[in-house]
Write a protein that binds this ligand. Structure first.
Ligand SMILES: Cc1cc2nc3c(=O)[nH]c(=O)nc-3n(C[C@H](O)[C@H](O)[C@H](O)COP(=O)(O)OP(=O)(O)OC[C@H]3O[C@@H](n4cnc5c(N)ncnc54)[C@H](O)[C@@H]3O)c2cc1C
Length: 569
């Protein structure tokens, strides 16, 4: 076993990982390890757009970074750290223009500027978009830049463990799914950019690979996970398939209608209506359904008909295509059946604004991280922005660390580090074998997803959360008896078993955090504690892995400009 060495190793080839790699490459050599080819990362699925206070449309002229920051903090239900939000919003315009100059084909205003649409929880139209396939446009641009910069990518490598020595990250062990072999990597600094964990919920807009395996890597290596109980549920996903229909549909003027034909958001958010933040709209839809005003007891309608065919084809062609392809319905002629589903993981790997974690040389960025700019509820359009802004910051700090390490010569990849990598390699190799249990990973995964939707979903309460915690431990017991077919070349059974281990562990963190947070804030709504409780819970949840179980602590929120106030829309 001879490890491959790169000063900076980025794990994850989505927007955050590639942006970090492009920045790091200015200062030293860098490589990207990714489970899928970079352009197949979930970033590619993003639809609605990316926020920046450019002020390009008449209604947005007075927009400023301060207003963007205020909306973000209010949207987060005051749980976001305001130093991080300041960086996010101050740098937003520069990062979006950079993507434009690199080639992203943004939609345009009649004067030729980048067009901007209204989005949930935003005081101005500040969401820049490329029709309704913004993620696709951004990720392909970013990928072109990484090719141009000669960034080495190792695709179809599933990272199974990090090598940490004396609280310092020194390497990673990855499974090359093409050859079936394990590979060892050594690095001065490692950036985790592995995306969210939405697949823990059976109803989700997230692609299949979003299991949170990267968060689990950090967690097991000794880094805390922050605010994991805050899961975002998107209000409008296509009924049954849960494919996302962008918030841009409402931004462009779409209505939400119940079985009586009422625009029911009037009851819940009279001034912002359909463009209230996602947590509020999702809860309103479920309330309508529960109180008998849903359709077939399962959905409400997203009505775009009044926008007309021309506008739908110009601004929302992807929505029309998804409806036609998946349920044979044309939104030009009929309203679309929608229901809320899991969409985004607000919590993640605990890190600061430079992406630094508590392990030296280990960084996190993008959806897997929790800086935290989204707090208890993310505003649409802010997470693509997070990948661009913090991707750049983290690329810079990780390469800075690597260059310093290289210069000092102290921590060169010596015999001791090689031994640590070799030990981890051997340990990981043991896990590659098939297992003769009676349980299929797929059935445990299915049961976990349903459990989390029912017991730790949009509306939560003590007894349900207790059942969620107990349910996860039962599933973890079943997992001990899992059956995994042998073979290591593209063995999806084996991959799913690895992912499931991560998902079970994260589900426990989510359920415990939700159980202990006896208040309602943003996406975390407790029917038994319906009010926000700043006196006791204006705090981040910090969950730590210990051999005796998960330990939960709390940490103060960084508040500067915006003092907590009642959140009404
Ligand atoms: C359907 C949908 C629509 C969205 N629309 C918007 C929008 O309009 N605006 C907005 O702001 N946000 C949107 N979001 C959210 C946003 O797209 C994501 O938060 C963001 O793109 C995440 O980027 P990322 O780089 O952090 O992760 P990802 O793009 O998810 O990339 C993760 C990478 O990590 C790799 N990886 C994961 N685990 C491992 C492992 N163990 N080993 C090796 N590699 C690994 C994967 O191969 C992948 O390359 C949307 C999300 C979804 C699901």
């Amino acid at each position: 076993m001879q490890p491959v060495f790169h000063p900076v190793l980025v794990i994850g080839g989505g927007l955050a990982g590639l942006r970090a790699a492009i920045e790091a490459k200015k200062y030293c050599d860098v490589a990207v390890l990714s489970m899928v080819y970079p352009v197949r990362s979930h970033s590619c699925a993003a639809q609605g757009g990316v926020n920046a206070p450019l002020g390009n449309v008449p209604e947005g002229r007075d927009d400023t970074w301060e207003k963007h920051a205020y909306d973000t903090v209010k949207g987060s239900d005051f749980l976001a750290d305001q130093d991080a939000v300041e960086i996010l919003t101050k740098e937003a315009s520069e990062r979006v223009y950079e993507m434009e100059h690199w080639g992203t084909p943004f939609s345009r205003t009649p004067e030729g500027r980048i067009a901007q649409r209204p989005f949930g929880g935003a005081g101005f139209p500040r969401t820049c978009y490329a029709e309704d396939t913004t993620g696709h446009a951004l990720l392909h641009t970013m990928n072109e830049q990484s090719v141009k910069n000669n960034i080495r990518v190792y695709p179809e490598r599933f990272v199974l463990s990090l090598v940490v020595r004396n609280r310092r990250a020194v390497g990673a062990i990855a499974w090359n799914m093409q050859t079936g072999k394990l590979e060892a990597y050594a690095a001065h600094s490692i950036v985790l950019a592995t995306g969210g964990a939405g697949r823990i919920y059976s109803k989700t807009t997230n692609s299949l690979i979003m299991s949170g395996s990267g968060m689990f890597l950090a967690f097991r290596a000794g880094v805390a996970l922050k605010d994991m109980e805050f899961m975002q549920f998107h209000p409008t996903t296509l009924y049954r398939t849960n494919i996302l229909l962008t918030e841009g549909s409402r931004g462009e003027g779409g209505y939400l209608i119940n079985s009586r034909g009422e625009r029911f958001m009037e009851r819940y958010a009279p001034s912002m209506m359909e463009l209230a933040p996602r947590d509020i709209v999702a809860r309103s839809i479920i309330t309508e359904i529960k109180e008998g005003r849903g359709i077939n007891n399962g959905y409400v309608y997203l009505d775009l008909r009044h926008l007309g065919e021309k506008m739908i084809d110009e601004r929302l062609p992807g929505v029309r295509e998804l409806c036609l392809n998946f349920i044979g319905l044309d939104p030009v002629k009929e309203p679309i059946p929608v229901q809320p589903a899991q969409h985004y993981t607000m919590g993640g790997i605990d890190c600061n604004v430079n992406g630094e974690t508590e392990i030296a040389g280990l960084y996190a960025v993008g959806e897997c991280s929790c800086v935290s700019v989204h707090g208890a509820n993310r505003l649409g359009g802010n997470s693509l922005l997070e990948t661009l802004v913090f991707g750049k910051c983290v690329g810079e700090s990780a390469s800075d660390f690597a260059v310093r390490e290289q210069g000092s010569g102290e921590n060169k990849i010596d015999r001791v580090i090689l031994d640590a990598i070799e030990q981890e390699y051997k340990k990981t190799n043991e896990k590659m074998k098939g297992r003769e249990g009676a349980e299929k990973p797929a059935s445990i995964r299915r049961d976990l997803g349903q459990l989390m939707v029912k017991k730790a979903g949009i509306f939560r309460q003590e007894d349900l959360l207790r059942e969620a915690i107990d349910g996860v431990s039962e599933l973890s017991l079943r997992f001990k008896n899992v059956h995994v077919s042998s073979g290591t070349v593209y063995n999806l059974d084996l991959l799913h078993a690895f992912e499931l281990e991560a998902m079970l562990s994260l589900a426990e963190v989510i359920a415990k955090g939700a159980f202990l947070r006896k208040e309602s804030r943003g996406s975390h709504y407790r029917t038994d504690y319906p009010e926000r409780d700043d006196a006791n819970f204006l705090k981040h949840t910090i969950a730590r892995y210990t051999p005796d179980g998960i330990k939960i602590e709390y940490r103060d929120v960084m508040i500067s400009k915006f003092k907590p106030e009642k959140r009404v829309y």
